[in-house]
Design a protein around this ligand. Structure first.
Ligand SMILES: Nc1ncnc2c1ncn2[C@@H]1O[C@H](COP(=O)(O)OP(=O)(O)OP(=O)(O)O)[C@@H](O)[C@H]1O
Length: 347
């Protein structure tokens, strides 16, 4: 078993979770918790477009998974009273896939492309023209006889979401009128998200218990909601209610520590601290060592470890901070001495 097999993943884990997420999504900017700056910027952009009776500029949401990019895309459509079409980068593997979507948009429609950095290159090029001029060129035939037929599109607003904005080519990035970088949430904000979720789950849970869950949720609403459901399960099974003891016991069971680090976070830190004596360690070495994709380490694990001050990125690789040594109760080893692994011995 790799350490990644039983982590509390940051992606939706099941259809039931997807349905629950759907029910929990705030419908308006006013209901959306946190990201205050982005909310203000979006509000202005949407209001200006509505006052001028035009489609809003294209919008890019960038940031780690579970921070609300899809939710905000839905809010953009809802607040501007436009229909929403949802697609994703992996589903657009040929320019033809994109042409089919674009040519069927109704005027003013909001097109949401999740994981837009994973779209095929040929489709990206088609998208440049579509975003700028609401027009695409469709290639007909092959070789010397190939011709391109221009096709006018209905005006639309593209909303892209990406966990890796650095992977987007500049011409694509530049065509978004507004790019919002979503930040991890403060605990107090996650507590508000949890109050709403507990209400929807009809879960009678004490406020300090919610605060404890919020503090261990990696700054991420999706994780907060998921941990709440695990605490709910624990409360149901033990019949002892959902207090702070239930939170501590349930989260210990799921290997979520007091900083919110899960097994993959700890596996990464274990490699950096124990195997490389604090680093620097290259991303690919790190990924191979923990049996995960480099993309997952870079987009999901690292941003949080950097944000809480356990890891820094340097041109030579990832380096553990003094805080990291302290948190795990370790010391940089002298020649011939070794620290214990942070968990088990599967590494
Ligand atoms: N600001 C928020 N207020 C309340 N709930 C939120 C907020 N942001 C996210 N959520 C909830 O967290 C869950 C995940 O959000 P969402 O799917 O929008 O994240 P995402 O950034 O699109 O993730 P991914 O990159 O994996 O698609 C949803 O249930 C959503 O309702």
């Amino acid at each position: 078993m790799t350490p990644a097999d039983d982590i509390i993943s940051v992606e939706p884990e099941s259809d039931a979770e997807l349905a629950f997420e759907g029910a929990l999504r705030p419908q308006s900017l006013a209901e959306f918790v946190g990201q205050q700056k982005v909310r203000g910027q979006l509000q202005l952009l949407l209001q200006a477009a509505s006052m001028q009776g035009r489609t809003a500029d294209h919008i890019l949401f960038a940031g780690p998974p579970g921070l609300g990019k899809t939710t905000l895309a839905m809010i953009v459509a809802h607040e501007s009273g436009r229909p929403l079409r949802m697609s994703s980068g992996p589903a657009i593997q040929h320019a033809g896939d994109l042409a089919a979507v674009l040519s069927s948009l109704v005027p003013g429609e909001v097109l949401f492309i999740d994981e837009i950095h994973r779209m095929a290159r040929s489709a990206e090029e088609m998208l440049y023209l579509a975003m700028e001029d609401f027009r695409i060129d469709i290639m007909v035939g092959k070789g010397a006889g190939a011709t391109s037929i221009p096709l006018d599109l209905a005006p639309f607003t593209l909303v892209g979401a990406t966990t890796r904005s650095g992977m987007l080519p500049n011409p694509l990035r530049d065509r978004f009128g507004f790019t919002a970088h979503l930040e991890f949430y403060e605990s107090s904000e996650l507590e508000q998200v949890l109050v709403r979720a507990a209400h929807m789950l009809q879960l009678d849970i004490e406020r300090p218990a919610l605060a404890e869950i919020a503090g261990r949720s990696r700054g991420t609403p999706r994780i907060a909601n998921r941990l709440l459901r695990r605490v709910r399960d624990y409360a149901i099974v033990t019949g002892k209610g959902a207090g702070i003891d239930a939170v501590n016991a349930a989260l210990e069971l799921y290997d979520v520590d007091e900083l919110g680090l899960d097994r993959l976070d700890r596996a990464v830190m274990n490699i950096v601290l124990n195997r490389f004596d604090g680093g620097p360690v290259g991303l690919n070495t790190l990924a191979v060592s923990v049996g995960e994709e480099a993309e997952t380490i870079e987009a999901v694990v690292e941003p949080f470890l950097v944000r809480i001050g356990l890891l820094i990125r340097t041109p030579r690789g990832r380096v553990a901070t003094r805080e990291a040594w302290k948190h795990f109760g370790l010391t940089k080893h002298e020649a011939g001495t070794h620290n214990q692994p942070l968990f088990g011995d599967e590494l």
